[in-house]
Design a protein around this ligand. Sequence first.
Ligand code: NAD
Ligand code: TYD
Length: 352
Amino acid sequence: MTILVTGGAGFIGSNFVLDWLGKSDEPVINLDKLTYAGNMENLVTLQDNPLHQFVRGDIGDALLVSELMALHRPRAVINFAAESHVDRSIHGPGEFIQTNIMGTFHLLESAREFWLASSGLEQANFRFLHVSTDEVYGTLEALEPAFTETNRYQPNSPYSASKASSDHLVRAYHHTYGMPVLTTNCSNNYGPFQFPEKLVPLVIHNALAGKPLPIYGDGLQVRDWLYVSDHCEAICRVLEAGRLGETYNIGGWNEKTNIDVVIQLCAILDELKPRADGSAYKDLISFVTDRPGHDRRYAIDASKIGNELGWKPAETFETGIRKTVQWYLDNQAWVSHITDGSYRNWVEMHYS
Ligand code: NAD
Ligand code: TYD
């Protein structure tokens, strides 16, 4: 058996592939376009692993995807590939529409064609798992209950609107064609290999460089935070035992304001890597202009996956965030290859 993972050179996808091959000998075909967010250095430990086959390509390339499916006959497609950064979607939504909506549509079409042409157990066991976000539900007031799977979709950014569209397509392929799909909607992830444009790695990177730590608006926006390997484990549970056509919310039961996250990161850095002049990292905090349309609060009710599939996070925020800071301290070369652009050399070398 084989699984086809898309977007497996990005943050969550690479963690998923590494965790998967750490505990299973089922091969992975990893299809990734290697946009700015795709980084082959995340996968360097798999370089000589015959169970991992990397293919550079676009999920929207129907010919390539159909060929890959016909050749490898995956029992599941797990779709991580996406444009994922809200701020980039505000500056240039085009790529988000292209990959998140059109790309998912073409991937669904290729998967449907493969699934229809298969038969027996292969057809019965096939799964299309679509990885999505809590941001599709929009924003919550301070005292509103957390998002459940039945909340109305009210996306507010081009990013969340494009993910919402892809979720609707996936749902429609189940309802209309009977495709065996599953959708997961997860809260904010943090952990190793996250591109330093997102809050947690950006703050760690800037703090170590003595640069300002930008907090949008008043910093009182709330997010639910989940350690990335807990998200990957939840996806495995849904793949194994999720009910077809269902969506599952995934979260850490862990709401925090942005300012609290940054203060906690600063405190851990003060302890693990004190500044040379003895000052505190939090002195670098700088309040900047707010993000346009900034959602105030996200919160996930993860009861369904807990009750139905027995999943719960292994890490608390305290244990996960400490591990994360330690990982970035231990992997400064990984970060500097991104900031100096040399992580792209691998791509140039292999695909020039
Ligand atoms: P990421 O930006 O780090 O990685 C995305 C990966 O997809 C990159 O490797 C990129 O090269 C690849 N990619 C982009 N366009 C492609 C295309 N057209 N064809 C093939 N590959 C393509 O993103 P991430 O943070 O790892 O997120 C992965 C998925 O999880 C996304 O679908 C995202 O919406 C979802 N998600 C992310 C979070 C989070 O906190 N990061 C939370 C919930 C859900
Ligand atoms: P981000 O990591 O971009 O994830 P998302 O927008 O998908 O939630 O941002 C997390 C929160 O942190 C969000 O409320 C925006 C805020 N933020 C800052 O205050 N400063 C920053 O420099 C960044 C990147 C984000």
